[in-house]
Design a protein around this ligand. Structure first.
Ligand code: HEC
Ligand code: HEC
Ligand code: HEC
Length: 436
């Protein structure tokens, strides 16, 4: 009897392991002789360059101070650190001997040329929606770059999560073939915007919350906002916390210029999205994304009439420049008011009005703390403008006091909990992002 049970259990284990391997198995696609650059039409390469911009390939595939697209950029995930790979056409360490079919399979299914599964830190769930035509253009662009010899760095992910075969299970649970097709009843511009935003530009990868296994929320919390790399990416749905509703014009200015007077500026990774990514797209495409996003956020062309909301914020702004006794108010008067001082009816673009900013009105204080500690470089946000960082001037307690006071004084929202602890966390230097 006992022998029999052991036998049954062993058989089940063998079957389960065999099942996993069968599920995970993908064939290797044979290597090809690297195609010569002249094999690709120049206009195809040019179109690929635009798409590579819109997909931020350079941002994720370039290590700090490293060669473009040679990989080694570190992505810190809750499961460990993953390093991007070399996507220059070097045959030994890059994708030089990849056929177009192998490249398309990686982009659409998250499978490397040798058949191993890729981790979803590579946003193939979105690139999956990029048409074959656009994949062809991307392939032409990458195969005509200068090859760089740079071996990939293995992920620092603990066993057994580092087993690539397990990704087959993840895909079974969370990965759907999302080939994008036009939605009936929407304008061609809306469709174009949706195709770009959901596919190559993968806006929801940062703006949607993720579950415990790292999969994006696809239900009602989709685009519900998230903290990514210690920055707060606000919701891009009806729960967006900006006091003045985003409309097409405001979204277009923000995505085109890096900031607007009525909403503030794009710092952190959003600055890279705009200045290293969307800036490569034709203006009409950026406008199409704005049309799609405004509709998602529920306001389309109209937006709520800004006047009442604006008047309220400007009144609070004027009052907060009067002498006050709260400790946060004194820090604000000494360190911030000289630049962020506005008097109605409308704020100036060069002095972001803090009461209008989602960094103050949102559910998470990370962006506000990051900006106070580390400032904003001249090439981030609105180009040419910069804000100094105050990491060396203020203690954690002082930054927390200031953030708490701004929240209380300039918004209607409940206080943020545990501010001082959060400041201490965000003060730490970010991990190195080079494998060299
Ligand atoms: C959010 C960061 C991120 C972005 C944006 C990104 N990648 Fe990647 N990519 C990665 C990571 C990380 C890996 C490695 C995944 C792994 O090791 O499983 C990867 C792997 C790949 C691979 C597989 C390489 C191999 O050797 O298996 C290809 C091809 C690729 N990326 C192409 C692109 C292209 C083209 C773009 C732009 C359209 C792009 N990536 C944008 C993070 C990114
Ligand atoms: C790599 C992560 C990332 C990606 C990808 C990304 N965003 Fe963002 N986004 C952020 C962060 C972080 C912020 C907050 C920036 C700040 O306040 O300085 C932000 C802010 C915004 C805001 C301002 C919201 C507000 O209420 O202040 C808009 C609008 C926006 N993003 C739109 C987009 C669109 C459209 C896309 C796709 C084309 C996109 N984002 C892709 C990270 C990202
Ligand atoms: C020397 C002038 C100056 C001072 C002092 C200053 N700021 Fe700024 N701040 C700016 C400018 C300019 C921008 C927009 C930067 C850009 O677009 O590149 C900005 C942007 C911001 C933003 C918007 C960030 C976003 O992502 O939307 C916040 C929040 C902010 N400042 C808070 C503060 C606080 C709090 C203080 C006081 C500790 C302060 N600033 C001090 C000039 C200043």
């Amino acid at each position: 009897m006992f022998k029999r049970i052991v036998l049954v259990v062993l058989t089940l284990i063998v079957l389960a392991v065999a099942g996993l391997f069968a599920l995970a198995y993908r064939r290797a696609i044979p290597p090809v002789t690297p195609p010569v650059a002249s094999a690709f039409a120049p206009d195809l390469v040019a179109r690929g360059e635009i798409l590579a911009g819109a997909g931020y390939c350079a941002t994720c595939h370039t290590a700090k101070g490293g060669q473009p697209y040679a990989g080694g950029y570190a992505m810190v995930t809750p499961f460990g650190t993953i390093y991007s790979t070399n996507i220059t056409p070097d045959p030994a360490t890059g994708i030089g001997n990849w056929s177009e079919e192998a490249f398309r399979r990686a982009m659409h299914d998250g499978v490397s040329r040798d058949g191993s599964h890729l981790f979803p830190a590579f946003p193939y769930q979105h690139f999956n929606q990029v048409t074959d035509d656009d994949i062809k253009a991307l392939y032409a662009f990458f195969m005509t770059r200068a090859p760089v010899n740079a071996p990939a760095r293995q992920p620092d992910i603990p066993f057994p999560l580092n087993l690539r075969a397990l990704q087959a299970g993840w895909k079974l649970l969370f990965f759907r073939d999302n080939a994008y097709g036009p939605i009936s009843g929407k304008s061609p511009e809306w469709d174009r915007g949706a195709y770009l935003a959901e596919g190559i530009a993968h806006c929801s990868a940062c703006h949607s919350p993720r579950n415990a296994l790292g999969a994006e929320d696809t239900g009602s919390s989709r685009y519900g906002g998230a903290v990514v790399d210690s920055w707060y990416a606000p919701p891009l749905n009806a729960s967006n916390p900006a006091p003045i509703a985003w409309n097409v014009d405001e979204l277009y200015s923000y995505l085109h210029n890096g900031g607007t007077a009525l909403h503030g500026v794009a710092a952190g990774s959003m600055s890279q999205v705009i200045h290293q990514g969307l800036s490569k797209l034709p203006d009409a495409d950026v406008h199409a994304i704005a049309v799609y996003m405004a509709d998602r956020m529920g306001h389309g062309d109209q937006g709520a009439a800004p006047d009442a909301a604006l008047a309220k914020v400007m009144t609070a702004a004027t009052q907060s420049s009067l002498p006050q006794t709260a400790p946060g108010a004194a820090i604000y008067a000494a360190a911030c008011a000289s630049c962020h001082y506005n008097r109605g009816p409308t704020p100036l673009l060069v002095r972001p009005e803090l009461g209008l900013n989602s960094a103050l009105t949102g559910t998470d204080p990370s962006t506000l703390i990051q900006v106070i500690l580390h400032g904003i470089n001249a090439d981030e946000g609105l180009p040419g403008l910069m804000m100094p960082g105050f990491a060396h001037s203020f203690s954690d307690a002082q930054v927390a006091e200031l953030a708490n006071w701004l929240r209380q004084n300039r918004t209607d929202q409940a206080p943020w909990p545990d501010l001082e602890k959060k400041v201490a966390e965000l003060r730490k230097p970010s991990p190195p992002d080079t494998s060299k």
